[in-house]
Design a protein. Structure first.
Lengths: 270, 204
């Protein structure tokens, strides 16, 4: 019975001809060739065909295929190259301006004016009286005998570590404070200094400021006073915004990068 | 100037540098096109188209075998021409005249110092005619693979690049093409000299 050679075996014979079989595969196939006359015949014919193909003559070219300047398409830059460059440049400039506006407070607000400093204590006290009259319990900033370093302007603004929402007992003048209820956990209890008042100042290296409770230690007689109050809404309004136009910045960034990449690709493809 | 420097200059628009590359590769390009198309005028057209395309797309060359890259331009040009011919099978009188005037047998061959014998030359012409007939019967993609492997001697990786096909496809396509050629050439057994017959004499 004549054994049919499979397509797989023919593929292996072809790979054997080109030296593309591993040592093990080659050995296995050669063994099969030895054992099968049909496979041996296929292998012989393949080798003879390969030899005939290699003997085919090569033909000289009748003419040169070099290109002439007049027949070659000119390599002009893409018409989109210059507009892409302009778009990339303008988007980058706009992005830089927006980022500068975000991170330099002087550039915020229309008149490029810095936000007003914190009101002095006396004014705040009157505000506190008004708020109390309205039944509100706003956030309060209180200096104590042992303020934490955070009270000395590190981070600034209301809402810092000493701010509490616990309603405090007040006398009619609203000036002196009775000892408060057990204080809730502060943000940085580990930083509390049991030492003398001046110790934190020395460690922070800052001098007490006469204005505003946030920036320094109040004089002893004023310790415990409610210095400044703000409602949460005011606090949010006064908080410096991290970014004025985040969506615009992202769009400009994508535009700048995208158009620059497109310009580079167009230049390469000229 | 070495080849990589020529390619770099050519990709920057130096036509002289590109033409030096053309001179280097035009013979192999033309011979592949001739085996693909089976006739000289079509092969010349495909070769010229291939080099124009190569100049236009030189920025896409990313290193590796430049010969394989050029032959890819040639095979693509041949595929396009074969598809065009298939859509418009009519042959102009001029093409017919050109075919008759410049058959493969009459085309100038590269001098072969090992074959001074006219008889040998005649036998080789007969062989070439038979093989070309069988190549023409193969599908274009199989034809390209067997031409690149068995006539031009490219390795599998170069063939994969020139034919724009994966390595596994090249292996199976080449095997099938070879055995189809073998089957076709067996029909010419009687016409071929004994030394070119695939079937051994002792089996006849």
């Amino acid at each position: 019975m004549i054994r049919q050679v499979s397509d797989r075996e023919r593929e292996q014979l072809s790979a054997l001809l080109d030296g593309r079989l591993s040592t093990a595969e080659k050995a296995a196939l050669e063994q099969k060739i030895t054992a099968s006359p049909e496979l041996a015949e296929e292998w012989g014919q393949l080798q003879r065909l390969h030899a005939m193909m290699k003997e085919l003559p090569r033909h000289r070219v009748r003419r040169s295929f070099t290109l002439r300047a007049g027949t070659v398409p000119e390599r002009r830059p893409s018409p989109f190259l210059l507009p892409m460059r302009w778009v990339s440049g303008l988007a980058s400039i706009a992005l830089v301006i927006l980022l500068a506006a975000d991170y330099f407070p002087l550039l915020q607000h229309n008149g490029m004016i810095a936000p007003a400093p914190a009101a002095p204590a006396s004014a705040s006290e009157s505000v506190q009286a008004d708020r109390s009259a309205q039944g509100q319990f706003p956030s309060q900033i209180i200096t104590w005998s042992t303020p934490t370093p955070r009270a000395f302007g590190k981070g600034g603004g209301p809402g810092e570590s000493l701010k509490q929402s616990v309603p405090l007992q007040q006398d009619n003048a609203g000036a002196n404070m009775a000892a408060p209820a057990p204080a809730p956990m502060l943000e940085a209890p580990a930083e509390a200094q049991p030492a003398a008042t001046s110790a934190p100042l020395e460690s922070s290296g800052e001098k007490p400021s006469a204005e505003g409770p946030i920036l320094g230690i109040r004089p002893t007689e004023e310790q415990g006073k409610i210095l400044e109050t703000e409602t949460p809404s005011e606090a949010a309004a006064n908080a410096p915004e991290r970014s004025l136009h985040p969506a615009a910045e992202i769009i400009l960034l994508i535009l700048a990068v995208g158009s620059a990449a497109t310009a580079i690709l167009l230049k390469k493809r000229k | 100037m070495d080849e990589s420097a020529l390619i770099r200059s050519a990709s920057e628009g130096d036509l002289n540098a590109f033409n030096r590359l053309v001179l280097e590769y035009q013979e192999v390009a033309f011979n592949v096109a001739l085996r693909m198309m089976g006739e000289v005028p079509a092969a010349e057209d495909a070769t010229q188209t291939a080099f124009l395309s190569a100049y236009k797309n030189l920025h896409q060359y990313r290193g590796g075998s430049f010969r394989a890259w050029v032959l890819r331009m040639v095979t693509n040009a041949c595929y396009d021409e074969l598809r065009r011919k298939k859509r418009r099978p009519t042959v102009s009188l001029e093409d017919k005249r050109n075919e008759e005037e410049v058959g493969l047998e009459e085309y100038e061959l590269i001098a072969d110092p090992s074959a001074p014998d006219p008889q040998l030359t005649l036998e080789r012409n007969e062989l070439e005619h038979a093989i070309q007939h069988c190549l023409d019967a193969l599908p274009a993609d199989s034809r390209a693979v067997v031409i690149l492997a068995d006539i031009e001697g490219l390795d599998y990786e170069e063939i994969a690049r020139a034919a724009a096909a994966p390595l596994g496809t090249i292996k199976s396509r080449l095997a099938r093409a070879r055995f189809k050629l073998r089957d076709c050439l067996q029909a010419f057994e009687e016409l071929l000299p004994a030394r070119y017959r695939l079937i051994k004499e002792d089996r006849e």
